[in-house]
Design a protein around this ligand. Structure first.
Ligand code: NAD
Length: 488
């Protein structure tokens, strides 16, 4: 498949083969920039999902015995194939999701970095050892793979998010089943064609397209050892509950409402550039997007004007056009939802400084566009200050101190990301120390940790303990064994 040749109906990849689903339920995959149907995905049945788990289970014993250095070589091949197909893969991603081509390339790059980290697994998954814990006795900790893992992923980073999980799990010696978002499965299909080309043994990595029926089959299947989930918080909480009740490991990354603090001493122009990208990049459909700016003291008036000017400068349209700087939101329903929030904000008494509701993109009248929208006069009690909108809607609040800003952040149920813009080390340190959020930016608008760290929020944005990828990923996908030995 390539961006010029997308199949009418996509298939599942099970046991090293592309198989048509036997389901009689299908969903249109719509290019959000044009409103055109570009393919269809089956909503596979739980039986189909279970058959993928069975092949992954069968593949596990021999994959587990494959030396880590040999397992890593498959990922070197995958990395090479992803580089060769980088441009077209990014194009497919823009067509299914709507983000601009530059944004697509950025996220595919981030995904490739996860594959690169998997290439280093022979070093990363090493255990610990100590000679002579008592006289003549040595102690060694090994990390061992556990069996079959799976992931359930969201629409907004459909190429990248599955790559947060399966390279790490599989390089550790597990086998895997991916259930991508049913709204945006195409880039993952292309990645799995590259998985096939890289020559992974049949059954080691599988892909089953579907919706909650497949997801529930994963949460319930006795052979699934653990589930990595990314999506909205209410589903994350449910996934965490149901999978952990079934005795599985779970890492469930949820939704977000991210606050950025701007101190009076911040470099305003650089701050405005960072916040504009953070709030409106990917049409606001990032779990790390700034939703509310807390402007401390007198910086408020200047910041407000400059943010509105910068947002007005964005060019909204089809992300395949390289001059476009903001694409559509994912679907007609989501567009209605975002507009519903804007209307709610107006009803609650917030003031619209910039209204994106009536935007028209001339050559794409059926695309799902919402223009950049900025609210002023927001209070922390308003629905638009509390709930995740997941669209290009930014609120600005004036606060009098860093303490007041921190209180507002502490009052929100989410805890994914937060940023501060300042030239004061003391303010930055206080923020880092007290904010209680997991992914923090200091003069950074999108605090996205790279593949060799860890990714995941706190409070209502995360359910579990070990975060996604990095060392946490290795811990999540392995069981530690400790051996104490004495030789007479
Ligand atoms: P979603 O929760 O609707 O869907 C995510 C996945 O869960 C999909 O694969 C879907 O098929 C499945 N699913 C949906 N309902 C289910 C149910 N009732 N039972 C079992 N499975 C179900 O999320 P979305 O709309 O695709 O993605 C947007 C959300 O993801 C936003 O809330 C965003 O903040 C969040 N997100 C979070 C992070 C993070 O790192 N915390 C990253 C990206 C996106």
């Amino acid at each position: 498949m390539n961006s010029a040749n997308i199949p009418n109906v996509i298939r599942n990849y099970i046991n090293g083969e592309w198989v048509s689903s036997s389901s009689d339920e299908f969903l249109d995959i719509i290019n959000p920039a044009t409103g055109d149907v570009i393919s269809q995905t089956p909503l596979s049945t739980s039986e189909e999902f279970n058959s993928a788990v069975q092949t992954a289970k069968d593949a596990f014993p021999s994959w587990r015995r494959t030396p880590p250095v040999v397992r890593a070589r498959y990922f070197f091949k995958l990395k090479d194939l992803m580089e060769k197909n980088f441009e077209d893969l990014s194009r497919i991603l823009t067509m299914e999701n709507g983000k601009t081509l530059i944004e697509s390339k950025g996220s595919v790059r981030r995904g490739i970095e996860n594959v690169e980290v998997a290439c280093g697994m022979p070093t990363t998954m090493q255990g610990d050892s100590l000679e002579d814990i008592a006289e003549g006795i040595d102690c060694t900790v090994f990390r061992q793979p556990m069996g079959v893992f799976g992931c359930i992923t969201p629409f907004n980073f459909p190429a990248m998010v599955p790559l947060w999980f399966f390279p790490c799990a599989v390089a550790c010696g597990n086998t895997f089943v991916v259930k991508p978002s049913e709204q945006t499965p195409l880039s993952q299909i292309r990645i799995f064609e590259l998985v096939e080309e890289a020559g992974f043994p049949p059954g080691v990595i599988n892909l089953v397209n579907g919706d909650k029926e497949c997801a529930n089959a994963m949460l319930d299947h006795p052979e699934i050892k653990g589930v990595s989930f990314v999506g909205s918080s209410h589903v994350a909480a449910y996934v965490y509950r149901r999978a952990s009740e079934n005795g599985k490991r779970v890492q469930a990354l949820g939704g977000a409402k991210n606050f950025s603090i701007v101190m009076p001493d911040a470099d305003i122009d650089k701050t405005v550039a960072a916040l504009t990208d953070s709030a409106f990049g990917c049409a606001g459909e990032r779990c790390l997007a700034t939703a509310i700016v807390l402007a401390v003291g007198d910086v408020y008036d200047e910041l407000k004007g400059k943010l509105v000017d910068a947002a007005k400068g964005l060019k909204v349209g089809n992300g395949l056009d390289e001059s476009v700087t903001m694409g559509p939101v994912i679907s007609a329903e989501h567009k209605e939802r975002v507009i519903g929030y804007i209307e709610q904000g107006v009803k609650e008494g917030a003031q619209l400084l910039l209204d994106g509701r009536d935007i028209r993109v001339g050559d794409h009248p059926n695309g799902f566009y919402v223009g950049p929208t900025i609210f002023d006069n927001i209070t922390p009690e308003m629905v638009i200050a509390k709930e995740e909108i997941f669209g290009p809607v930014l609120g600005i609040m004036r606060v009098e101190s860093l303490d007041e800003a921190l209180d507002i952040i502490h009052g929100n149920e989410y805890g994914n990301a937060s940023s501060i813009f300042t030239t004061s080390g003391a303010a930055a340190r206080k923020f880092r120390h007290e904010v209680g959020i997991s992914m923090l930016g200091i003069n950074i608008g999108i605090a996205a940790p790279m593949a060799f760290f860890m990714f995941g929020g706190s409070r209502g944005s995360f359910f579990g303990d070990l975060k996604a990828y990095g060392r946490d990923g290795v811990e999540f996908y392995t069981e530690k064994r400790v051996v104490i030995e004495r030789w007479f």
